[in-house]
Design a protein around this ligand. Structure first.
Ligand SMILES: [Zn+2]
Length: 197
């Protein structure tokens, strides 16, 4: 129905979460109507995104170099690690401006539904950091969902024997929600009100 190149792009958009075939067609038509220079710049940025962005080799946040900007920042408190599920949670905590430590991005949670995902979680990497860096506190900021809570309890159980202070962000965030969607004030006070577990 569409020229091949048009259809190819529709297929790419349809593969994105929350984009149905109709929406994909509309987006591709929108792009087609744009100035050629603008589309080429978009393609160039997408290419660089695919080529040059990586996971930070220390905390697994998004990084352009070996280390992300947060890990590379000497002014941050490198003795406190805030453990989160994904990079958008790092952004959410950063927006509160309450936190000056560093992060560790697990890449998901201990979801019983998905064993493949569990194997990919950066839990061993976290343990290595706890053992080799001078860490004073681990803040568990996984989501206040059932899977997030399970993950926090599991991590507390394996880290506490290493004689490191382990805290959990305070309740008060909407249960079942995602810290990525929490408002900055609520998330900020949840970090301030963290308790040892
Ligand atoms: Zn990093």
């Amino acid at each position: 129905m569409f020229p091949k190149l048009f259809q190819k792009l529709i297929d790419h958009f349809t593969a994105l979460p929350s984009v149905g075939p109709r929406m994909a067609e509309r987006l591709v038509l929108y792009l087609f109507k744009q100035d050629k220079k603008k589309i080429q710049q978009f393609a160039k940025d997408l290419y660089e995104f695919g080529s040059n962005l990586n996971y930070c080799e220390r905390c697994f946040h998004v990084a352009e170099e070996g280390l992300c900007e947060i890990c590379a920042d000497k002014k941050r408190d490198h003795s406190t690690i805030c453990v989160v599920e994904d990079p958008l949670d790092v952004i959410a905590v950063e927006k509160t401006r309450n936190y000056r430590g560093v992060y560790h991005v697990l890449g998901g949670n201990l979801s019983v539904m998905n064993e493949d995902e569990i194997r990919k979680l950066k839990i061993n990497e976290l343990l290595t950091r706890v053992k080799t860096e001078k860490i004073k506190e681990i803040i568990l900021a996984t989501n206040p969902t059932t899977d997030g809570e399970t993950t926090a309890l599991y991590l507390a159980r394996i880290i506490k024997p290493l004689k490191i202070k382990v805290t959990r962000i305070a309740r008060g965030l909407p249960t079942g929600g995602d810290i990525e969607y929490a408002d900055e004030v609520t998330l900020g006070s949840s970090i301030d009100g963290r308790r040892e577990i």
